[in-house]
Design a protein around this ligand. Structure first.
Ligand code: A3P
Length: 346
């Protein structure tokens, strides 16, 4: 794989420009392009989805170079759907025998503290198309213990073939698009000082509704995995942020089972499920020192991944017209197929 980072720079990795390989440059030149959130943030349409230039290079490289193992577990989300939460939960499930979620391992001064105490979930579970195949934050995947826990924002159609053909498992988490867009908008705003001509909330909302945002259209992304989860339930697990919020114990139990690390009867009768939920709760993770003041290997502040962690926050920011417009799209594109973002009262 050719080196992608351009000239040496002191800027954090996420701000550095990426030099495209000639092959990717040639391909990208043939694709439709547009701009998202600012005129210079170019997005390209590939396989029916829109990607920032850098991410598209990461996707093309992942497709070419990544070899899935049967034991891999891939966590897939659209940005701002609860990726950080899912990564933390999966990490706590896999690590619970070595690091019980409430014992003294949570003291960062221990010789072997829980991984979630010393690193943000994004540095524990790398994104294929960002950390591994653009920035190379995690250089040596072969050193990863099995099962390898990996992540991606890629739509199903763009996944490397070996992911689709191997027995590796995919956990897909999505979120009500109204909350996802609102979360995305706040996330972009954090980076706004580095942007010269940011687009307005309204303009970005219109692009989102047309599916022209990174990894969009959201409906095709969600439906791609939803259909796979119906056809191959042992391969793809489909979850919503709203299910996790309203039925955490049931979802966590199903998730551990799906990952091949189901809870024993003794564990179910004990507190481990609750303890994992508490360890990974918004309140707990966001108040940890590493997440308050630390930075990712890419240079992004860990605290940008924690804002409110609520269901329904979109309603506080979108106008009633915007809510109506998005409700129609959600119903037309997803509801009709059986996808909903209901909160269950259990
Ligand atoms: P809000 O902006 O609505 O608060 P992602 O992890 O995919 O980037 O998504 C970020 C969203 O998930 C943010 O939503 C963030 O606050 C929320 N979040 C982060 N950690 C969480 C957790 N442990 N539990 C619930 N929500 C969480």
């Amino acid at each position: 794989m050719a080196a992608e980072n351009s000239e040496p720079s002191n800027a954090p990795k996420y701000l550095q420009k990426v030099e495209l390989t000639q092959e990717n440059k040639d391909l990208i030149a043939t694709l439709p392009c547009d701009a998202f959130c600012e005129p210079s943030y170019t997005i390209h349409q590939y396989d029916g989805f829109w990607y920032a230039t850098k991410n598209l290079q990461g996707i093309l490289n992942s497709k070419k170079h990544f070899k899935a193992h049967d034991s891999d577990i891939l966590l897939v989300t659209l940005p701002k759907s609860g990726t950080t939460w899912l990564k933390a939960l999966a990490c706590a499930i896999l690590n619970r025998k070595i690091h019980y979620p409430t014992n003294s391992d949570l003291d960062e001064n221990q010789s072997h503290p829980h991984p979630l105490v010393t690193a943000n979930p994004h540095d524990i579970v790398p994104f294929l198309e960002i950390d591994l195949y653009i920035h190379k934050n995690i250089p040596d995947l072969s050193s990863f213990p099995s099962p390898r826990l990996l992540a991606s924002h890629m739509p199903y159609i763009s996944l490397p073939e070996s992911v689709k053909l191997s027995k590796c498992k995919i956990v897909y988490l999505c979120r009500n698009p109204k909350d996802m867009f609102t979360s995305l908008w706040h996330f972009i705003e954090k980076f706004a000082p580095q942007v010269e001509e940011p687009r307005s909330f309204e303009e970005s909302f219109e692009s989102f509704c047309e599916g022209r945002n990174p990894y969009g259209p959201f409906w095709d992304h969600i439906l791609g995995y939803y259909k796979q989860s119906l056809e191959r339930p042992n391969k793809v697990m489909f979850l919503t942020y709203e299910d996790l919020k309203s039925e955490p114990a049931r979802v966590l139990k199903d998730l551990a089972e799906f990952m091949g690390h189901g809870f024993t009867e003794e564990e179910e009768n004990g507190n481990v499920i609750n303890d994992i939920m508490k360890l990974c709760s918004f309140e707990n993770l966001s108040s940890m020192k590493v997440n308050k003041t630390g930075k990712l290997l890419s240079g992004v502040d860990n605290n940008v991944f924690f804002r409110r962690g609520d269901v329904g926050d979109g309603e506080n920011f979108l106008t009633s017209d915007m809510i109506e417009k998005l409700n129609v799209i959600i119903q037309e594109k997803l509801g009709k197929h059986g996808v909903n973002f209901h909160i269950h009262n259990s």
